[in-house]
Design a protein around this ligand. Structure first.
Ligand code: GLN
Length: 492
């Protein structure tokens, strides 16, 4: 029954409602696919019994004509979301064995709407990384391969498990989080669609915190429509998160039919960075042509402070991380490595529990927040942040959205991952601006690179205008006719 796993979320929903198959059949097909694809290491924890029990309940509701919006649809959940009674590790040793007694608001909204959980998805440790290699439980392997090569490819990060699972059809769609590009960059690397809504659109409650002023929940799907459907479920005010916003949640799926005729799309000249491969430039131009052909007006715009976004992000994000991660002390959660004194116990636990990238971020963060350096680094970075937001505000006075490449290259091989952290951080050059400014962003697959690996285009929009973002993404999807056919599946 593998063909059931090839459906988009929207097609699966419509098929269930038309009684073409049952939720149990759909879930069983995914459970089997997950088992067969363990070599990708996309799931950290599989929850098949839970999934089949939920599917049975969905079948009962479908039979009674009482289907909820996501009734019986099997999803994967990034292991940064706390799930009641199901181990939640953030892909870190320090949280090994941690079973929350509560459910994150976003996932509880998915279950409220009838979705089925297949399991918890791998990620970079505490969502810090761009290749999914910092996971304490081993890297995720993308289902994609270069033409004529069997070398393993990274799915991007930090939501590598979510991206690989959707690309390999190991769930219909997945949740993820984006602090500096962790939804959009892996979406681009795996030929999937990934949306990061506006900061405040979704509750952060029950999501393991990385950098609280940047973290945002979001979704991966095979199609733009799938992301629109999930978004309507996960957004909304939550009294448990004071930064979540009290705004009506639109029917994002309904917005898709509006098209892009008459929309004004800006192309920021500062995103034409030195050394950008020609094929990325060409793809960007292709995107511009597609949007023009669909009736949008496209013109160059300037976002003059773009250049400072990446360095400022790598001050703000580690600063907040160093503070958020202070809670992992061997007392309250997961791992404890004893010592002769309480201080030694803290040191032993944190030394053994955190991986190298997380330790690096804590060190940088502690440094930039220290008394002598706070003004020079942290305060400056916050000022830069205001300037980045102002650049966008000015552009959005006349433009409805901005079009850029998602990442400066296609996916790299697991065997040639950049070994210095700064080169790795450059992956985030086009994505961090949206987090710094709190704006919504989406990555949509638009073509293949010279090696046959997917490339994505990014659309950024006005705060709380995800509807327009989705319309632009839909126009790109319609024009690109991208085929999600990673070689890993063909060999099965
Ligand atoms: N790659 C970025 C980082 O390592 C983004 C991570 C994220 O969005 N969670 O910080």
């Amino acid at each position: 029954m593998t063909e059931l796993t090839r459906l988009s979320l929207a097609a699966a929903r419509d098929g269930l409602n038309a009684k073409k198959f049952t939720a149990t059949e759909l879930t069983r097909a995914h459970v089997d696919a997950v088992e067969k694809a363990r070599a990708l290491n996309a799931y950290l924890k599989e929850t098949p019994e839970k999934a089949l029990a939920a599917a049975a309940e969905s079948d009962a509701r479908l039979a009674k004509g009482e289907a909820r919006p996501l009734e019986g649809l099997p999803l994967g959940i990034k292991d940064l979301y706390c799930t009641n009674g199901v181990e939640t590790t953030a892909a870190s040793r320090i949280l090994e064995g941690f079973k929350p007694h509560y459910e994150s608001t976003v996932t509880s909204q998915l279950w409220r709407d009838g979705a089925v959980m297949l399991g918890k998805l791998n990620l970079d440790e505490f969502a810090m990384g761009s290749s999914n290699e910092t996971s304490a439980y081993g890297p995720v392997v993308s289902p994609w391969r270069r033409k004529g090569s069997d070398a393993k490819i990274v799915p991007g990060g930090s939501s590598g498990g979510s991206a690989a699972a959707v690309a390999a059809h190991l769930c219909l769609a997945a949740t993820a989080t984006d602090t500096g590009g962790s939804i959009r960059q892996p979406a681009a690397f795996t030929g999937t669609v990934g949306i990061k809504p506006t900061y405040g659109r979704c509750s952060r409650w029950g999501i393991v915190a990385f950098a609280s002023s940047l973290d945002q929940a979001g979704a991966f799907g095979v199609k733009v429509r799938d992301c629109a459907i999930l978004l309507s479920s996960i957004c909304g005010l939550d009294p448990k998160d004071s930064t979540s916003v009290d705004l009506a949640v639109p029917d994002f799926e309904a917005a898709l039919k509006d098209g892009v005729r008459g929309l004004k799309i800006g192309v920021p000249k500062e995103y034409r960075v030195d050394g950008m491969p020609e094929e990325i430039e060409a793809l960007w131009q292709q995107g511009i042509d597609w949007l023009r052909a669909a009736g949008a007006e496209v013109a160059e715009v300037s976002l003059p402070h773009t250049h400072y976004a990446l360095p400022a992000y790598y001050i703000v994000a580690p600063a907040e991380a160093s503070s958020n991660l202070a809670r992992y002390d061997g007392v309250r959660y997961g791992l404890r490595v004893d010592g002769k004194s309480i201080i030694e116990m803290y040191e032993n636990t944190r030394g053994a529990g955190f991986g190298a990238e997380v330790r690096r971020r804590i060190l940088i963060g502690t440094y930039v927040l220290s008394a002598g350096y706070y003004d020079a680094y942290y305060r400056k970075a916050q000022q830069v942040r205001s300037l980045i937001r102002r650049d966008f505000d000015q552009v959005f006075e006349t433009f409805d959205a901005v079009l850029t490449p998602t990442a400066p290259s296609g996916a790299f091989g697991l065997d040639n991952v950049p070994d210095d952290p700064v080169t790795m951080y450059l992956n985030d050059i086009f994505t961090v601006t949206a987090n710094m400014a709190g704006l919504p962003g989406i990555s949509v697959p638009a073509g293949l690179d010279h090696q046959g690996l997917p490339l994505g285009l990014q659309v950024l929009g006005r705060p709380f205008d995800e509807g327009t973002l989705l319309r632009v993404a839909q126009a790109i999807e319609d024009a690109a006719q991208f085929k999600l056919a990673p070689p890993f599946n063909m060999r099965r």
